[in-house]
Design a protein around this ligand. Structure first.
Ligand SMILES: Nc1ncnc2c1ncn2[C@@H]1O[C@H](COP(=O)(O)OP(=O)(O)OP(=O)(O)O)[C@@H](O)[C@H]1O
Length: 616
């Protein structure tokens, strides 16, 4: 069968993704993700109000603190109404403000978390529904790691933003602006002095910090690499031992570990430098401002530049706030970038055109019953991912309802592709396929597919129980129906021998069952689905003869009264079919019954037959 599955390489798909620059366009594009917030806008608005209130109360703290120090210096605070506040009252006021701030913050977190949880759930639902409805070519063009990381890490990034980054961003900007306004009012001269000394130091610290982050990312990557080695080798421990490569792997792991230590040491060298820079630079800056401030406090009260000690305290506290918000904003910039990138990638998938499945009302014909008469009329086909290769050309054949035909031919000839096109996994490049007299394109896609069953070459079962796996052919089937299907698929015997019978868990991808057992579960599933048309991709992996007999018996039972398209690898199993189509290089090169074809001198089928006979 054409491997239409996902490309599973690359698990860490987001690590190296580019972050878009924050500009008008990227903001406009990224902010479209806010449409998912709209249903919860009332909660969002309440959260915003609480955020404003908590930010405001934070900003009054240094101001009231300054008044407290002034009161301690015999300068009590007088309210506009004439009410004089002493130390006790001011301290009480400060405490009240703090309590209010605590309550506002609690409310803000509560409302924003609700918004982010609901929003993120909706985004995940929309994404998953989209994944299910995207056409197969999409999955051939995108790595599965990259696709799944949309619903895991990208969505987590968005969640982070709605619950934290957004609030932080607002608070930092608010703190910065309000802080600047406050210090200007307290003393514009000292403010100007502060502004030329302090922010450059903070910015330098920010750049230093970025360098450290880059280095620690390298450490993480190196560490991840060592983990990959452990995972890979433990998963494939049989191969390691069989190839006697234990020593090689130990060396490989040690080399990788050495790199981790090297980069960790380098990163910590910078970290140490950073700490001493912060101590000397940042505190040096504070000392500078303190010195200047102290000088101003020291001037006589009559001097227009004079500062009260309380004013200096407020000033210093606001300066610390401002410094913290400048540093915080630098970090937030990176987060905003990541969020914009994540939201763009999510929206990109949501904007993809889905297959017309699950449409309500249905688009096109919805047959209650399909007889299963199939006609391929001059079908030509190229895979969308490889448009320059003509995989099929002029495929033209007819199968009457209930007939069985086999497709045979060398590997890569196009047999699986011919069968897969019936399911309309890909658009045709030419010709048409007709089922019961109607072009397949005229049918509702879901309705048509529901009448076609596939038993693939390699059966991948889902991780649940045997019951779940058989019932996949008909969700909601009763135990009675499931057991009946298992019986007809020669599977009941082994299932009932398990202590947990239908409740036996098959393990990830069905690894706890043998190949032949998996196939019979897949056949039971197809029997339960009861499709009018059956596509059977015969397994290439050989089963032991006992198991093969059971599987063959199950297949014969399954094919009864259905139009069947068999992709045959072993010619011995197809003698009973009504017609054989021999495919080579994407064309039908011979057609006829087994007897006709095997007697054709120099024919491809006769050749293949002889080859297999000789091999046997
Ligand atoms: N998803 C795909 N994308 C691009 N090319 C594909 C895809 N699947 C198959 N092909 C190519 O199409 C050609 C026909 O493949 P197909 O699987 O139909 O052959 P086949 O006759 O069934 O082979 P086999 O007997 O080995 O299963 C091959 O050249 C193959 O490389």
């Amino acid at each position: 069968m054409a491997r239409s599955g996902l490309n599973t390489s690359g698990s860490d798909a987001t690590a190296d993704l580019p972050k878009p620059k924050v500009n008008k366009e990227s903001l406009q594009r990224g902010l479209r993700i806010f449409r998912f917030v709209l249903p919860y806008r009332a909660k969002f608005a309440v959260g915003m109000v609480l955020l404003v209130l908590s930010s405001l109360s934070t900003m009054t703290f240094p101001w009231i603190g300054g008044k407290l120090v002034d009161a301690a210096n015999d300068k009590p605070f007088t309210l506009p109404g004439g009410l004089v506040l002493d130390i006790n009252r001011i301290a009480l006021g400060l405490f009240l403000v703090t309590v209010l701030q605590g309550l506002f913050s609690f409310g803000r977190i509560w409302f924003f978390t609700q918004v982010s949880e609901f929003t993120v759930r909706d985004i995940r639902q929309a994404l998953y529904a989209k994944f299910m409805q995207l056409p197969i070519p999409f999955f051939e063009q995108n790595r599965v790691g990259a696709v799944t990381s949309r619903i895991t890490s990208d969505v987590a990034q968005i969640q982070d933003s709605f619950s934290l980054t957004l609030a932080e961003l607002f608070r930092q900007v608010f703190t910065l602006l309000a802080g600047l306004a406050f210090i200007m009012v307290v003393s514009w001269k000292l403010s100007v002095f502060m502004l030329v000394t302090f922010p450059p130091i903070v910015l330098a610290a920010g750049l230093f910090g970025r360098k450290i982050r880059t280095l620690s990312r390298t450490v993480q990557q190196e560490l991840a690499h060592t983990n990959t080695i452990v995972e890979e080798t433990l998963q494939a421990i049989n191969s390691v031992k069989a190839f006697t490569n234990e020593r090689f792997e130990i060396k490989r792991y040690n080399t990788a570990l050495r790199k981790v230590v090297q980069s960790a040491l380098q990163s910590n060298l910078y970290r140490g430098g950073f700490v001493s820079f912060v101590i000397i630079g940042l505190f040096g800056g504070i000392i500078l401002v303190l010195w200047r401030g102290a000088t101003l406090v020291h001037t006589p009260k009559t001097d227009p530049n004079h500062l009260d000690i309380g004013q200096l305290v407020s000033f210093i506290l606001y300066t610390v706030y401002i410094g913290a918000s400048v540093a915080g904003l630098g970090e937030l910039y990176g987060k905003v970038q990541s969020t914009l990138g994540a939201s763009e990638r999510i929206l990109e998938i949501l904007d993809e055109t889905p297959e017309p499945t699950l449409l309500e009302p249905a688009l096109g014909l919805v047959p209650v019953q399909v007889r299963g008469e199939i006609r391929y009329e001059h079908v030509a086909f190229r895979y969308p991912t490889r448009p320059d290769v003509a995989v099929l050309q002029d495929i033209d054949f007819y199968i009457a309802a209930g007939e069985k035909i086999a497709l045979v031919g060398p590997s890569g000839a196009g047999k699986s592709t011919i069968a897969g096109l019936l399911m309309q996994f890909y658009p045709l490049s030419g010709g048409r396929i007709v089922v019961d007299g109607h072009d397949v394109a005229d049918y509702d896609l879901t309705a048509l597919r529901s009448h076609i069953g596939i038993v693939p070459q390699e059966t991948l079962l889902f991780g649940g129980t045997i019951r779940d796996n058989i019932a996949y052919g008909k969700p909601g089937a009763t135990d009675q129906e499931i057991i009946e299907a298992a019986r007809r698929a020669n599977a009941w015997q082994f299932i009932s021998a398990f202590p947990e019978s239908l409740d036996t868990v098959v393990g990830d991808r069905g690894i706890k069952l043998s190949g032949g057992q998996r196939q019979r579960v897949a056949i039971a599933r197809a029997i339960l689905k009861n499709p009018a048309i059956l596509i059977l991709d015969e397994a290439t992996s050989s089963l032991d003869s006992e198991s093969e007999k059971l599987v063959q018996g199950a297949l014969d039972e399954l094919m009864q009264n259905r139009t069947s398209l068999i992709i045959a690898h072993r010619l011995s199993t197809i003698r009973k079919v009504d017609k054989i189509l021999v495919i080579d290089g994407g064309r039908i090169v011979e057609a006829g019954s087994h007897d006709e074809l095997s007697e054709r001198e120099g024919g491809l089928y006769a050749n293949l037959l002889r080859l297999q006979f000789e091999l046997a």
